[in-house]
Design a protein. Structure first.
Length: 579
């Protein structure tokens, strides 16, 4: 059965599943250097061109699915023939007072381009994407599924593998995921005028990095609990959801909660980074505690957990759950946020139409690198992986690395990356500057899986960069560029089956340097998706070298990354021209 699924709103995407195998999933932001979080915006001709790349036609699908969304935010689809408002299932079951979280709704798209399609709750897509891609589904095991998205409360379900029944175990607490970023906008460096308070999708990741500057203030935790109990029934209780969009509910609660917190604590003059760290820990502790309560009351259920929704991008919360000892296995897909919603909607239809609940998938199922053309000012020459490893070792500067098909989800996992040696502390400054990022932002390590335990704690297999690891003390001076301010690292492990080319590169670099890892950050324009081609990296112009599909592109007029001292190094990098 061939299933085409579409996500219309932010993080728009289109996916194709054929007989339980994911053929592709294209996020709009990864096409033509589009803006991060772009909505679905391609025409029927562009869609067909994508399908034809893989030997399919859009019009020859057995099923079409469109992800559900908040009914207070009408969605339109264009397809190049004019906007058409579409009917969709809701955001979550509360939006329609439904008890069946996996219910299927059928519609017909009107207009010159018409077809029948189904739609499932947005939350159902998160459930299905998390479970169907998990090791539990592959092994035929039941699993708990936790969902916590920007506009919904953390909710726990239990997926019965044999029957495909999704049992609801209830809400953990009444705070939507966006509270993390909305609360932060009352404090520096994220402070905005209250009239400008908004659901900014880019804030949460920055907050997660910035809190490493803070000191945990345990005395704040009772205050947060008191304020939650005081305000949740006014703005966040389930009874108040109907007739009100999720963004409006989040703003109301954030205003009440943050304003009251500031009033109660202003005399203590807490540093803002301390407040943000303590609020993060408050949410983390609440999440783990309430999960424990649900599990304890859940009876004799399998101790597996899948976690999905935008909040599952928080590596510190993921690690806290994994370290709590509540579960034997914790699975977070590489696309837990809405980047995986087209896949999830397609999985919902796969389950409904075939009864199959395991998806055969690969994280490198995005767009291939587009063919390059010779670019003025650059020299192109063949370069093997071994030669690239030697180049990184000798040059000690960043290389844009573009290979094969793009990775799914928001994290660059090797195929759309900027790679660099991690042995000098100034490399983090260089990478953050050329990316236009704040100085507190971390740079992730991409490391050989079999060496990870020697360098990191726990150093377990983590191929999707979704958990927190401590850098072991004896390694901090050897790889300072990937050490975050709090001594942690957002580790990505690589074995040969994960990515054979990156695996070879790391092995060769280890032979030369004794270091089995490199710095890894995403290759993209600031605020846009991954580079789709070599020309984009050249036009960006902030590095001297680009490697793609066994060719090295060298800039004729070099940028100098020579480091003399901390202050001078920043001055030199500041002289780079902005893209």
């Amino acid at each position: 059965m061939k299933i085409c699924s579409i996500k219309l709103s932010h993080d728009g995407s289109i996916a194709l599943i054929d007989d339980q195998r994911l053929i592709f999933s294209y996020e709009m932001e990864k096409l033509n250097n589009a803006a991060r979080y772009s909505e679905f915006n391609i025409s029927i001709d562009e869609i067909n061109a994508i399908f034809h790349q893989y030997g399919y036609s859009f019009w020859q699908m057995d099923k079409y699915v469109i992800d559900g969304w908040d009914p207070h935010e009408p969605q339109v689809i264009d397809l190049g023939r004019g906007n058409t408002t579409v009917n969709l299932a809701g955001y979550d079951r509360y939006s329609e007072e439904s008890t069946d979280i996996m219910q299927r709704k059928s519609f017909e798209l009107p207009g010159p381009i018409s077809f029948h399609y189904s739609s499932y709750f947005h939350i159902a897509g998160h459930i299905a994407a998390a479970y169907c891609t998990s090791p539990m589904a592959k092994a035929g095991q039941d699993s708990y599924v936790l969902t916590w998205d920007g506009g919904m409360y953390p909710q726990l379900f239990y997926y019965h593998c044999k029957t495909n029944e999704v049992e609801s175990l209830g809400v953990l607490f009444n705070m939507i995921g966006n509270i993390y970023s909305l609360f932060s906008q009352y404090f520096k460096p994220f402070l905005v005028n209250e009239d400008s308070l908004m659901d900014d999708l880019s804030v949460a990741g920055k907050v997660m990095a910035y809190i490493a500057k803070g000191t945990y203030r345990k005395e704040m935790i009772p205050v947060f609990h008191e304020l939650y109990e005081k305000h949740q029934d006014k703005a966040m209780a389930c009874a108040n959801i109907f007739g009100q969009g999720h963004e409006e509910r989040g703003l109301i609660f954030a205003q009440l909660f943050a304003q009251d917190f500031i009033r109660q604590t202003s005399s203590f003059h807490y540093a803002h980074e301390d407040i943000l760290l303590s609020f993060h820990i408050f949410l983390e502790q609440l999440l783990v505690k309430e999960l424990g309560v649900k599990i304890k009351n859940g009876g004799n259920k399998a101790k597996n957990l899948c976690f999905a929704g935008g909040s599952a991008l928080n590596i510190k919360w993921n690690s806290a759950i994994r370290n709590a000892g509540l579960f034997n296995e914790v699975w977070v897909p590489p696309f837990p946020n809405d980047a995986g919603s087209a896949i999830g909607a397609g999985c919902c239809e796969m389950i409904h139409s075939t009864g199959i609940n395991h998806l055969d998938w690969n994280v490198f199922s995005g767009p291939p690198v587009m063919e390059d053309t010779q670019h003025e000012g650059w020299i192109k020459k063949p370069a093997t992986v071994e030669e690239l490893a030697l180049h990184l070792f000798l040059k000690n500067e960043p290389v844009v690395f573009l290979h094969g098909r793009a990775e799914l989800g928001p994290r660059a996992l090797g195929n759309r990356s900027i790679l660099a040696p991690a042995t000098q502390p100034h490399m983090k400054r260089i990478l953050n500057h050329i990316k236009g990022r704040e100085d507190y932002r971390p740079v992730a390590p991409i490391c050989l899986e079999h060496d990870a335990k020697n360098i990191f704690d726990p150093g377990s297999k983590d191929p999707y960069m979704l958990f927190d690891h401590q850098v072991r003390e004896e390694w901090k001076s050897r790889i300072p560029a990937i050490c975050h301010l709090d001594g942690t690292a957002r580790l990505q492990t690589v074995c040969e089956s994960d990515n054979p080319v990156i695996f070879r590169l790391l092995n060769e670099y280890k032979k030369l340097s004794g270091i089995p890892l490199l710095c890894n950050t995403s290759a993209n324009y600031n605020g846009k998706g991954f580079f789709p081609d070599v020309a984009s990296a050249m036009n960006w112009g902030r590095v001297n070298y680009v490697w793609s599909n066994h060719f090295l592109y060298e800039r004729v007029q070099k940028i100098s990354f020579e480091m003399i001292s901390s202050d001078e190094s920043i001055s030199r990098v500041d002289r780079l021209q902005a893209p």
